[in-house]
Design a protein around this ligand. Structure first.
Ligand SMILES: [Zn+2]
Length: 278
């Protein structure tokens, strides 16, 4: 017999932030299942929230798999994180969600997860800021890395503070990714886009070559973004994204044998000079 759960909480999520509280509760559970199914989190990691109204936030609780939440597991808090209702407790990482809601009045939803490839970049301290994908220039611009902050302490929000105003997706050093948007579907899509971009960036790095778009290519994309009226807070600036015009000169790579030959040659020259001076 098919699970009644599937019929109660269908696997779809409509755009928009104007919904009943029941609809918002179902949406958070659906987004939680998507994040879990895509392995963007392990165990009870990750957290999702949305703005119910100017004073109330609906959020996933602590200590539960994001793939197993039911609507009445969710917690309602105020903008300072005080619990208003719910039998469970909010995540200790709620502070970073609240920071984003306070700084970005147009943001109505926040997703935090640990998708493995983007989190790998975060662990390496490497931002996803190269203009290698036209779609990403259009949607996110680039994804910076916030410095490390201990989870469960105010450090986590403090580390994000300099970046939340300008970016819709941020890598959190040695931790994960946080995304936001005008509604939950957009915030979730931005998490999906960030992980997808990280995978493409990784493959191009494994192939040993990245052909960056030029500054002119990026300008044309930005003009198209304005023309299409795309709703995005994506920041662009001198180094965001890095284009073929602004990239640092390419690194020189060589084989071990070539390096040994160079070292040998230098040593021989030094010995020869030494002999001549004696
Ligand atoms: Zn986390």
């Amino acid at each position: 017999m098919p699970s009644t759960e599937v019929h109660l909480y269908p696997d779809s999520l409509s755009p928009g932030a104007l919904k009943t509280e029941d609809e918002h509760r179902r949406d958070i559970c659906t987004a939680g299942r998507w994040i879990h199914e895509r392995a963007y989190v392990a165990s009870t990691d990750g957290n999702i929230s949305l703005r119910l109204d100017p004073r109330r936030i609906l959020t996933s609780p602590t200590g539960i798999s994001k793939g197993m939440m039911a609507p009445d597991d969710l917690v309602v808090t105020d903008l300072d994180g005080h619990k208003l209702s719910g039998r469970r407790n909010p995540s200790s990482e709620l502070g970073m969600h609240l920071l984003i809601y306070k700084r970005r009045p147009e943001v109505n939803a926040v997703c935090h997860a640990h998708p493995p490839v983007a989190t790998g970049y975060a662990a390496a301290g490497i931002p996803l800021n190269k203009a290698i994908l036209c779609e990403l220039v259009l949607s996110l611009g680039c994804v910076p890395v916030a410095r490390y902050g201990t989870p469960g302490t105010p450090e986590l929000a403090e580390a994000l503070e300099p970046l939340v105003q300008s970016y819709d997706a941020i890598l959190m050093a040695n931790h994960g990714v946080v995304t936001c948007g005008p509604d939950l579907l957009t915030a979730f899509f931005r998490m999906e886009t960030t992980e997808h971009f990280a995978r493409v960036a990784l493959v191009s790095e494994l192939l040993g070559k990245q052909v960056l778009l030029s500054g002119g290519d990026v300008e044309k994309l930005l003009a198209a973004r304005t023309r299409y009226g795309l709703q995005t807070g994506a920041t662009v600036g001198p180094d965001c994204p890095v284009t073929s015009d602004t990239a640092a000169p390419e690194r020189i790579t060589m084989t071990r044998r070539e390096l040994e030959a160079l070292v040998d040659e230098a040593v021989q020259k030094a010995l020869e000079k030494d002999r001549q001076q004696r």
